[in-house]
Design a protein. Structure first.
Length: 365
């Protein structure tokens, strides 16, 4: 999969920019706060996933403008495609090959990319929320159904938490709570089933990649926190029953604290180096190697599952890595299109061919 060009209008600090990409490496360089990451973000949005910066749609509009527009021309294994997203203050219009879509989520499965930024380097030492976000983003891009399950789970969770705060008003509300418990368990089981499958594959790829980074001196294992409680042969129905039991068991505590204490929103990914917790005992270098292994593993899974090689978006990540890890990353992505941002282009002089673009005040100069 490759990007032919991206055209950007009134998006963050970019007024009007067109970037015609090389099929290999594209180095986007310039000082800080010039718009380099904005270009990668605009490309990423065509995966159908939310911004990796956690931004809301209204934040994409350039100050003083009433719309923002991004247009992507790209190729997959079968044909050329074109997609456009137009943001305004109140709505968003999305199209693929001239056909209007109901939402950007319908773009999932049309364009694949993997984003790697300095934030991901702290994936291991950060809290469980960062690792859940990594897992959910990877799965949402691969499986539109997962995005639906997760959205439904979060919606029921929000309603259940609101109900827990109102229970003191009427005992009749406990009947409603029973209904929410059942719905929550059903969506939770759907989310857990997909997470377990994904982690099982990710563990294998990450283990091989980490061995390469550590020159076979260390090995890692990746586990989903639920895997300790759930038998590998459990059916979705079995998991639903288990989750419902846990929700029921935690009800007394949930009523006291007015929040849901169990479920996928509290789960985590556990990473071990030689059977020891990477988060608790790993050095900064080891933790960064683990993060690299997870992100590169994510890329390999997309390639295996879809048959498409995802575009690699590296946002100022090379400056945070030592030379050995830089070399490993660059050697690992030679078979795909790369967009790489940096302040100092001399950092990537080892890259052969491709194009370079200097960005200043949201323009290519």
């Amino acid at each position: 999969m490759t990007v032919d060009s991206v055209k950007i209008n009134n998006f963050r600090n970019i007024t009007d920019l067109t970037l015609s990409a090389d099929e290999g490496v594209n180095v986007i360089y310039g000082e800080n706060a010039q718009g380099k990451t904005n270009i990668l973000e605009s490309i990423w949005l065509f995966t159908g996933c939310k911004s990796f910066r956690g931004a809301k749609d209204a934040e994409f509009l350039k100050f003083g403008e009433d719309f923002a527009k991004i247009n992507l021309k790209f190729k997959d294994n079968s044909r050329e495609k074109q997609s456009e997203i137009i943001f305004s203050e109140k709505k968003k219009n999305v199209s693929l090959n001239g056909i209007s879509l109901r939402s950007s989520a319908e773009l999932i499965g049309s364009f694949y990319a993997v984003i790697f930024s300095p934030v991901h380097l702290s994936l291991i030492k950060d809290g469980p929320g960062a690792r859940r976000k990594f897992l959910d983003t990877a799965l949402c891009q691969l499986k539109p159904k997962y995005a639906e399950y997760l959205a439904s789970y979060k919606k029921v969770l929000m309603h259940r938490n609101a109900l827990l705060k109102d229970l003191y008003m009427s005992t009749q509300l406990y009947d409603v709570l029973d209904s929410f418990d059942d719905q929550l368990a059903r969506y939770a089981s759907a989310v857990i089933v997909e997470r377990l499958k994904y982690i099982d594959i990710l563990s294998e790829y990450s283990m091989n990649i980490y061995s390469g980074i550590s020159e076979n001196k260390e090995n890692i294992s990746v586990f989903y926190s639920k895997s300790k409680e759930i038998d590998k042969n459990s059916s979705p129905k079995d998991i639903y029953i288990q989750e419902l039991e846990k929700i029921k068991e935690a009800r007394k505590e949930d009523v006291i604290y007015k929040t849901t204490s169990v479920g996928p929103h509290r789960d985590d990914i556990e990473i071990l180096i030689n059977n020891v917790s990477a988060r608790s005992f790993g050095s900064q270098g080891q933790q960064r190697s683990c993060a690299l292994a997870l992100k590169l593993g994510e890329s390999e899974i997309i390639k295996k599952v879809t048959g498409e090689t995802p575009v690699a978006l590296l946002d100022d990540v090379m400056s945070e890595l030592d030379e050995k890890r830089q070399d490993y990353v660059l050697n690992h992505i030679t078979d795909r299109q790369v967009f790489l941002t940096c302040c100092d282009p001399s950092q990537v002089l080892r890259l052969c061919g491709g194009k370079s673009f200097e960005i200043k005040d949201g323009e290519i100069i």
